[in-house]
Design a protein around this ligand. Structure first.
Ligand SMILES: [Zn+2]
Length: 266
């Protein structure tokens, strides 16, 4: 069992199993080649190149790693710049969308306001028309002839004629000239059966000599509504309607003028 000793076998592992990584790290950091302490010169020398190559390889790897790191850092910077730019762009888009929505909302509100205004104008117009319509005057009879005028003096009246006489057939329907409320509906001496309609402005319209009354006190009447019938009650010579107009319930004025002033042609 003799013979030349077997050539010393060296573990293929060129680096110290434990120190290897740390050494490589030191080398990479300092650039110095360190021989692991357990490795003898003999062991190191013949395969030193290989070991050294491996160290260098490690060093290269680390250098490459540093380069990679540096590149990665630049890449990272570029990426974060891009991300920042993207974020900014996204914020910008969001902001633009928000601004667009706000403009649309504002336009919608303006359109609604305009529409509301139009509606209110139409409503006001209708109200005005309704008011005019309510305030309009109509003639009290459809078919008639005028006889005595306002202010005439005759043996028939104590002083002067205080109204306008519409001659029409007995029992013909008398229509309210304007809208108002019936404040009197009764027999009144020489006036006979009399209806007083008081308008909103206080003007009184008197309808006299009726054969019968169609509405009672407190009744609201509109223009054209029947308030009674032509008759001969009171101081008369024939069937007719004696109409008086008394502004504010005071002295009578010429009904012809009043009717004319309300656009009528009696
Ligand atoms: Zn009269």
């Amino acid at each position: 069992m003799s013979g030349p000793p077997a050539p010393e076998r060296r573990p293929r592992q060129s680096l110290h199993p434990v120190l290897g990584a740390a050494t490589a790290l030191v080398m990479a950091t300092t650039g110095t080649v360190i021989v692991p302490p357990s490795t003898s010169a003999a062991q190191f020398s013949p395969r030193g190149v290989a070991v050294s190559s491996q160290y260098r390889s490690g060093l290269d790897t680390m250098t490459y790693g540093r380069t990679q790191l540096s590149t990665a850092s630049r890449d990272s910077d570029r990426v974060s710049d891009e991300l920042r730019a993207q974020t900014l762009a996204r914020r910008e888009r969001v902001e633009q969308k928000r601004a667009k929505r706000e403009r649309a909302e504002q336009k919608r509100v303006e359109r609604e306001r305009a529409e509301q205004k139009r509606v209110e104008q139409r409503r006001a117009e209708r109200k005005r028309t309704a008011r005019l319509s309510a305030n309009r005057w109509v003639l009290p009879l459809a078919n008639y002839s005028l006889s005595a005028r306002f202010g005439e003096v005759s043996w028939l009246w104590s002083s002067y004629h205080t109204g306008l006489d519409f001659v029409a057939g007995y029992g013909t329907a008398i229509r309210s000239v304007a809208s108002g409320t019936v404040t009197e509906a009764s027999y009144d001496g020489s006036y006979g059966y009399k209806t007083v309609v008081t308008l909103e402005n206080g003007t009184e319209l008197w309808y006299c000599h009726q054969t019968s009354l169609a509405v009672g006190v407190g009744t609201a009447v509109g223009p054209g509504e029947v308030i009674g019938y032509v008759g001969t009650t009171g101081n008369v010579t024939g069937a007719h309607l004696h109409l008086e107009v008394r502004p504010g319930g005071g002295d009578p004025v010429d009904p012809f003028t009043a009717l004319t002033q309300h656009g009528l042609k009696p």
